[in-house]
Design a protein around this ligand. Structure first.
Ligand SMILES: Cc1ncc(COP(=O)(O)O)c(C=O)c1O
Ligand SMILES: [Zn+2]
Length: 378
């Protein structure tokens, strides 16, 4: 589909630390000073046009920071179903983002980021991941004919490793923790474009489409709360960016509470939140079955705390047993998700919900990717 947006989007990247600006034609993913980059452009929502387009993330074309339609890399993904279920006697709307082409919501970010990479003319990228972002980037790079090296912790679920290799990526299995994997890619990123889902701001402008869809599926209304799992915060931050853009354009008026959920064994954000936003390192990190959010030092922690504060949200933690119970109870309703995704369900079960509150919960990753891991823990 050709979207033919008439005006140039005038996209800029701005450093959060020194405020230096970069044109979006520059292949940068962080500032020369080492700071994090934010995207600056005016997202628009022409509802009459949007409603006539296919139900994919690209129906929000005027809000997606790619200059030319010809660079869009897409499998017509998105517009995942929103279905009501009940847990612990409370109603919740499940957004089925485990049904994406590569099996996780990360495809939202990968579609936008890899389109940008195509637009930049970059021929090879590197990325590090606990598995799902790597699989998503590998899938979209395969479609775009871009070479990619994906770095993952060697203990990552076998299904995810195989999937990344099958897409044709060069897989680098790094011994040690998720942080060791991040260190390994850092070296590679000195000479090759870093398609990072957490450093690169274009990724967040893909994950924001989840909340565009939620708002559209609710008749252009916001729910009262969105409960989601948090590691590096790509879904949390995308949700916040998307909400602010919708609010700026007066499509929505209030903001829903963003409720992040972390595994108690690895909860740096919850720790910072409880300590009044002091971003000191979490003193106590243990292994968790929620491999996707085993992130000890998330780089965008300040932005995440700001998003939670501004939406009057909260950060919850859940125990390993609660994650396992949530995984089982979700499967018993017919949804086969991975343990990381069950973290949000475990959080929802404990969430002190008010009467008539509308709560949305994205199911973030498909269980089939982690069957081996689930087999070991069940
Ligand atoms: C299934 C699943 N859910 C949630 C997340 C959380 O994403 P983030 O680390 O960006 O907060 C991940 C991250 O890999 C994931 O794989
Ligand atoms: Zn800077």
């Amino acid at each position: 589909m050709v979207y033919k947006i008439k005006t140039l989007m005038n996209i800029k990247l701005r450093c959060q630390a020194c405020h230096k600006e970069y044109a979006s034609s520059e292949p940068v993913w962080n500032c020369k000073c080492g700071g994090l980059l934010t995207l600056d452009f005016h997202a628009r929502f022409p509802l009459d046009k949007i409603l006539k387009r296919k139900p994919t993330i690209w129906r929000y074309r005027e809000a997606l920071p790619i200059e030319h339609d010809k660079h869009i890399i897409s499998f017509d993904e998105g517009f995942t179903p929103l279905v009501q279920e009940e847990f612990a006697g409370k109603k919740v709307l499940l957004k089925q983002d485990h049904l994406f082409p590569s099996g996780s919501y990360k495809d939202r970010g990968a579609s936008v980021l890899v389109s940008k990479i195509k637009e930049l003319g970059v021929k090879k990228v590197v990325e590090d991941s606990s598995g799902n972002a790597g699989a998503a980037i590998a899938a979209y790079c395969a479609k775009a004919n871009i070479a990619c090296d994906i770095y993952v912790p060697e203990k990552t679920s076998a299904g995810k490793l195989l999937q990344i290799e099958q897409y044709g990526a060069d897989l680098h299995k790094v011994p040690g923790t998720r942080a060791d994997t991040a260190k390994a890619v850092w070296l590679a990123a000195k000479s090759t474009y870093y398609a990072s889902h957490y450093w690169n701001p274009f990724f967040l402008h893909g994950t924001k489409t989840c909340v565009f869809e939620i708002v559209e599926q609710l008749g252009w209304n916001v729910p009262d709360a969105i409960i989601l799992p948090v590691g590096n915060g790509t879904l949390l931050l995308g949700t916040f960016i998307g909400l602010k853009e919708l609010q700026r354009e007066k499509i929505i008026h209030g903001l829903p509470k963003i409720i992040g959920v972390q595994a108690e064994n690895c909860a740096p954000l919850a720790h910072a939140w409880k300590n009044h936003c002091k971003t000191s390192p979490h003193p106590f990190i243990k292994e968790t079955i929620a491999e996707g959010i085993a992130i000890a030092n998330p780089v965008r922690v300040k932005d995440m705390l700001h998003a939670i504060k501004e939406t009057n949200g909260d950060i919850m933690t859940v125990k390993e047993k609660e994650i396992l119970d949530a995984l089982h109870s979700t499967a018993r309703k017919g949804y086969y998700i991975e343990p990381t995704s069950a973290v949000a369900i475990a959080g929802f079960k404990k969430y002190p919900m008010k009467q008539d509150e509308i709560v949305v919960l994205p199911l973030t990753g498909h269980g089939l990717k982690a069957s081996e891991t689930i087999m070991k823990i069940k």
